[in-house]
Design a protein around this ligand. Structure first.
Ligand code: GSH
Length: 203
């Protein structure tokens, strides 16, 4: 197996680095920053035609989109064992897709860093805040009923949604009103692989 992960940890690549740590994967890390001109050069565009990070090359297979990368890696390398990161049933798999797509479509656009939200706010008014409240309420109601998003243990679905609510984003959100989300995030980010990844890529 030869896995290369492209992207600085100061980007959405962090969520792929976290997942790789959960799986104990070995990889080559190419820490390109989001504004590195190399992202728009032919060599990188062959890996990701969108010219953005994260992207991976796994035994010659190129893939982009952080949450898709995590689903792919979790399915390929994390499908076995009692606490498998990738759900073992068709329904569980569908739930992992559902939560990942939900996080991408209904959560991530609204929890972008403050600067971006500030720029958007003039155009969107309070809509962004209402959308965040709606998404967090939905997540909180789900987590009031169950400890993890899919199945009985932590899975790639939890990682993908928690990654969108990264600590730097979460600290700006009114999480005190969403105690189940707050507790779940603490459990996700308290995992040894998360702590180790954040320690390893702290600078
Ligand atoms: N939806 C994509 C977003 C990728 C993205 O926007 N990446 C940023 C860095 S976090 C980037 O590379 N921006 C530079 C660019 O798009 O030119 C994902 O989740 O991977």
């Amino acid at each position: 197996m030869a896995l290369t992960i492209y992207g600085s940890h100061r980007s959405r690549t962090m969520r792929v680095l976290w997942l790789a740590a959960e799986l104990g994967l070995e990889y080559t890390h190419v820490p390109l920053a989001f504004d590195d001109p190399l992202l728009k050069e032919p060599e990188f565009l062959r890996v990701n035609p969108a010219g953005s990070i994260p992207a991976i090359l796994d035994d010659g297979y190129a893939l982009a989109e952080s949450l898709a990368i995590n689903l792919y890696l979790a399915k390929k390398y994390g499908s076995k064992g009692r606490a498998a990161l990738y759900p073992s049933t068709l329904e569980g798999e569908a739930e992992a897709w559902r939560w990942s797509l939900w996080a991408q479509g209904h959560l991530e656009p609204w929890v972008q860093r403050d600067a971006l939200l500030k720029d958007l706010r003039a155009a969107i008014g309070d809509h962004g805040r209402a959308a965040i409240a709606k998404a967090l309420s939905q997540l909180d109601e789900t987590l009031a009923r169950r400890a993890w998003l899919v199945g009985e243990h932590f899975s790639v679905a939890d990682l993908n949604v928690a990654a969108v609510l990264s600590p730097s984003r979460a600290e700006r959100l009114p999480l005190a009103s969403y105690s189940h989300v707050k507790d779940w995030l603490a459990r996700c980010y308290g995992r040894p692989a998360s702590l180790a990844t954040r320690e390893r890529f702290k600078n």
